[in-house]
Design a binder for this molecule. Structure first.
Ligand SMILES: Nc1ncnc2c1ncn2[C@@H]1O[C@H](COP(=O)(O)OP(=O)(O)OP(=O)(O)O)[C@@H](O)[C@H]1O
Length: 240
């Protein structure tokens, strides 16, 4: 068994002459909550697309969930979960239908889908709204449901792309409780966010600037290194 869920070495993506991701190298341990930060256009989405097997690196190497990002990228998709604000639930399906639909997409058996549906409805206390359209749920509930569904196939790693956008701090805090719970079960969490207070909740944080990882450490060490009181200040010092 490998100690790392993600291991990349000089991973690079070029679009023509432009280098969007420039030789990034890092390792993420199993069960770690890894924050992936950067200003707009720094290259986070491009990097995440390579890590999730959606885009082939131009050069460099890496292993994600035990699979090679160059040769075995199709297999990566079977062992990871993905949630973003943009790609989320079907609003015009009910809560239950969404769970069933994604369970099917992820290749679960009918029995597994039934079990997972019951477990998610119970754990998220959504049984009463199981037959309601997702469109009718508050945003915070939708996000918790989308997160649970992204783990319906028990993936080793969950990629969260700005999962808490648009909700108030209290609801974000609740979402982070769910993240901690998932990590507590040994799942690796790879999360991008624009909320710098959330960076404080991560075990380690990397900060990308213009395609390169300019800093990577625990929030406490980064604050010490940059003589800052907050991660917001660390971030501003790097991206300014
Ligand atoms: N398919 C593409 N072709 C050409 N350039 C691209 C392509 N995809 C991304 N880029 C460029 O690569 C750079 C990094 O983009 P990317 O979307 O990865 O940044 P990001 O850090 O995710 O930003 P944001 O937080 O705004 O989503 C940008 O300059 C973007 O214009």
């Amino acid at each position: 068994m490998q100690a790392y869920s993600i291991e990349v070495d000089h991973l690079t993506k070029k679009f023509g002459q432009f280098t969007a991701v420039d030789q990034i190298s890092f390792k993420v341990a199993k069960g770690e909550i890894f924050g992936f930060l950067g200003a707009n256009g720094a290259g986070k989405t491009t990097a995440m697309r390579m890590l999730t097997g959606l885009s082939k690196p131009t050069s460099g190497s890496g292993m994600v969930a035990g699979f090679d990002v160059i040769h075995d990228y199709e297999k990566i998709k079977t062992r990871i979960g993905y949630m973003s604000q943009k790609f989320s639930l079907y609003e015009d399906l009910t809560v239950k239908q969404n769970i069933r639909f994604f369970g099917g997409i992820y290749g679960l058996s009918k029995q597994e889908i039934r079990q997972k549906t019951d477990a998610i409805l119970h754990d998220l206390r959504l049984s009463e709204v199981a037959s309601k359209l997702v469109a009718s749920l508050p945003l915070g509930w939708k996000q918790r449901l989308a997160f649970a569904i992204s783990m319906v196939h028990d993936p080793d790693i969950v990629f969260l792309d700005e999962p808490t956008g648009g909700v108030d701090p209290m609801v974000r805090r609740e979402f982070w409780e769910a993240i901690y719970e998932a990590a507590g079960h040994g799942r690796t969490i790879f999360v991008t966010t624009h909320y710098l207070d959330e960076a404080e909740y991560c075990d380690r944080v990397s900060i990308m600037v213009a395609g390169k990882i300019e800093a990577l450490d625990t929030p406490a060490n980064l604050k010490k290194q940059f003589g800052s009181q907050t991660m917001n200040d660390v971030f501003l010092k790097l991206v300014r």
